[in-house]
Design a protein around this ligand. Structure first.
Ligand code: KG4
Ligand code: ZN
Length: 336
């Protein structure tokens, strides 16, 4: 059973083939970063047009590298949301049309469920139940995961997502797009000079807020001479505050639920400082931390192929509808 996975929700075209007996067969990624960097952020219309150009060649390349024919594909999983509507529609229409032509089922996959299950592609996958911190460009979510599709919402960002805060900090510091990796790199040369707040940690609950931190970052930076060292020190302080805030909330979630397994996924989980902070905390709590390999933290086709495969194996059937939903809450997913 070979499942083709297609990811086109934002600025990466990802294609992969997953086989439940053999594991991940092949994955390919085409990143639009160079194209968008000229504009300082993702331009939705350009993203859609580029997915149209790249998707079919990438599907062909993935099949060729896997030494598989179209007749070897048993199902197609595609990201149906959340994401940019135009970009999602490219993946959804392509996947649905190929599924029709190849007479196989098509599965609409939730992008955040893909991120959430990405650590399952590793050699030592986490076992259910666990707490998951999903941190991407559009989401900061804390959920309890009892099984695939069995998600209990624990907390979320009330304003900016963690990735968005990294991207905005990069803009404030004049680093450009994509912000997260640039802030992280610059922070390596920073010193522990500024003390930033840890938002919403002084009151109970598992929600987050990052927009005040962004304003604090801007005001702090504007009060400096804006030298290279000032920039690095601000990046350091912002990253440290974000990492500690995420860690405090994850610790609370572990204590509140009594669970001993924490999974982090999504683009921001690629951040070294955040991983280190969470590792330190989980060790102290006698808990275990799981995360995907770096290339599967950010958007990719492998996580979509895996999630779709699990749903297909559980007998989930889709209609012939081309389904795309740019705002699709994860807690509305069907249990399997
Ligand atoms: O999961 P993802 O690739 O796309 C979405 O689903 O949004 O996440 C992208 C986000 C961006 O905000 C990016 O700045 C952030 O993840 N990111 C990072 C790092 N790498 C990517 N943030 C902090 N540190 C990183 N190393
Ligand atoms: Zn993502």
């Amino acid at each position: 059973m070979n499942i083709l996975g297609i990811e086109t929700s934002c600025d990466e075209t990802g294609v992969a083939i997953y086989n439940p007996e053999k594991g991940l067969i092949c994955h390919q990624l085409y990143s639009q970063v160079t194209m968008h960097s000229e504009y300082g952020g993702v331009v939705p219309e350009l993203a859609s047009r580029d997915h149209i150009r790249k998707l079919i060649p990438l599907v062909k390349q993935t099949l060729a590298e896997s030494r598989l024919n179209t007749s070897d594909i048993s199902g197609i999983a595609y990201t149906a949301g959340p994401g940019l509507m135009g970009a999602l529609l490219v993946g959804a229409t392509t996947a649905r049309s190929l599924a029709w032509a190849w007479k196989v089922p098509a599965l609409a996959v939730h992008h955040m469920e893909g991120h959430l299950l990405a650590p399952m592609l590793e050699e030592n996958p986490p076992a259910f139940p666990f707490i998951a911190l999903l941190v991407s460009g559009g989401h900061t979510l804390l959920i309890q995961v009892d099984g695939i599709g069995q998600y209990t919402h624990l907390g979320e960002s009330l304003d900016d997502a963690a990735g968005e805060a990294f991207d905005k900090t990069a803009k404030i510091l004049g680093l450009g797009y994509p912000g997260g990796p640039k802030v992280s790199l610059l922070a390596e040369t920073g010193t522990d000079r500024f003390k930033f707040p840890r938002p919403m940690t002084d009151r109970p609950g598992l929600d987050f807020s990052f927009s005040g931190l962004k304003t604090f970052t801007m005001n702090t930076f504007n009060a400096t001479k804006k030298t290279e060292q000032d920039k690095a020190d601000v990046a350091f302080a912002f990253q440290k505050a974000t990492a500690e805030t995420l860690s405090i909330k994850c610790k609370r979630a572990l204590l509140q639920t009594g669970l001993k397994t924490l999974v982090i996924a999504g683009g921001v989980s690629a951040n070294k400082q955040i991983r280190a902070e969470l590792l330190k905390m989980t060790k102290k709590q006698n808990a275990e931390l799981f995360f995907p390999r770096l290339e599967f933290c950010t958007d990719n086709g492998a996580m979509i192929a895996y999630a779709g495969c699990q749903r297909l194996l559980a007998g989930q059937q889709e209609t012939l509808e081309i389904f795309a939903n740019p705002r699709w809450p994860i807690n509305t997913l069907i249990n399997i």
